[in-house]
Design a protein around this ligand. Structure first.
Ligand code: FAD
Length: 287
């Protein structure tokens, strides 16, 4: 059973996100990370896709290698902006032929050509990709959720309605990372008020490097709360202290989410295993 919809029906999931490595050395490092995380018995892992298809082959190859050689259920991220239907169909054909059963259907960010003009494609919103994949009846489909609202949303209520609409067809959502439980819990309540009770997996990004997380958070529209930033600020010259605090705060966040009955935990690993393994140990998720 490797469809994520089935895994979620069976119980709480634990999952890890990777990005496709660029070099042989990075590929070897990812292999090591996956082997180290295997001790946590992940329900599935996922592999990101570069905007506009910039990692098309690399993402495909890593996803298929994880399924076939490592024997883990792998979910391929796929974006539709700046793509044609036939490009997406041929990639979906390859995944299906290789036994991959899970796709995270995303819009992706606008892709610009060398002159700064948006590259045209046949798709604008993730819902169109969700519909295209659902027609095939071959994959369990996930979508992205943004607890604090997508940065391009006109307002939060409209964003929630678009999310609820895509979840009418998709099986589950995974959230952008967030640092405090409230925006996630509010989002789940707001979806329920719209009649949507599909599982929404919280995305957890342990802070191991303050500059990097602040940059990511700005891009992703996730607030990095001032009171947490202040605690990291006082450790500016102490990388080990930053890591330890990052693990402590992510552990507290996960514990709160587990107490609230989340359907699973999805970790943004940045292709490293240590922080995630430390958190899993603290939470006693290791058996
Ligand atoms: P959509 O669902 O299309 O939403 C985008 C915006 O449009 C939102 O503001 C929404 O409210 C609005 N909207 C939706 N439908 C409509 C409609 N019918 N009419 C008007 N407005 C509408 N990016 C990558 O490039 N590669 C990845 O691998 C990747 N992985 C991700 C994984 C997760 C878990 C998450 C949360 C994000 C990921 N992203 C990735 C980022 C994502 O592609 C961007 O956030 C992108 O800008 C929007 O994608 P979406 O699927 O949320 O878009």
């Amino acid at each position: 059973m490797t469809r994520i919809a089935d895994l979620l029906r069976a119980g709480r999931t634990l999952s890890f996100e990777f990005f496709p490595p660029k070099t042989d050395e990075a590929a070897l490092a990812l292999r090591t990370t996956i082997a180290e995380l295997d001790e946590l018995h992940p329900s599935f892992v996922s592999v990101t896709y570069g905007a506009g298809g910039s990692t098309r082959e690399r993402t495909r190859d890593v996803v298929i290698a994880i399924e076939r050689e490592v024997g883990l259920a792998a979910m391929a991220h796929l974006t539709c902006v700046a793509h044609t239907r036939s490009q997406l169909d041929s990639l979906l054909d390859e995944y299906h032929a290789a036994g991959v059963e899970n796709i995270l259907a995303l819009a992706g960010d606008p892709v610009l050509d060398d002159d700064g003009r948006p590259i045209d494609g046949e798709f604008e919103y993730s819902l169109e990709l969700v519909e295209l994949i659902a027609e095939r009846e071959q994959f369990s489909i996930g979508v992205a959720a943004h607890p604090e609202g997508h940065p391009r949303s006109v307002d939060l209520a409209t964003d929630r309605r678009h999310l609820a609409t895509k979840l009418e067809i998709a099986d589950f959502a995974i959230t952008q990372f967030f640092f405090e439980a409230e925006p996630y819990l509010r989002m789940v309540d707001e979806l329920a008020a719209l009649g949507c009770t599909k599982p929404v997996l919280p995305g957890i990004m342990p802070v191991t490097n303050v500059g990097q997380v602040t940059r990511f958070a700005q891009l992703a529209g996730a607030a990095f709360p001032a009171h947490l930033a202040d605690r990291f600020e006082s450790l500016a010259d102490d990388p080990a202290g930053v890591r330890a605090l990052g693990v402590e705060l992510a552990t507290e966040l996960c514990q709160r989410l587990l107490d609230e009955g989340v359907p699973g935990l999805h970790f943004y690993t940045l292709n490293r295993s240590t922080a995630t393994r430390d958190i899993a140990r603290e939470l006693d998720l290791t058996q």
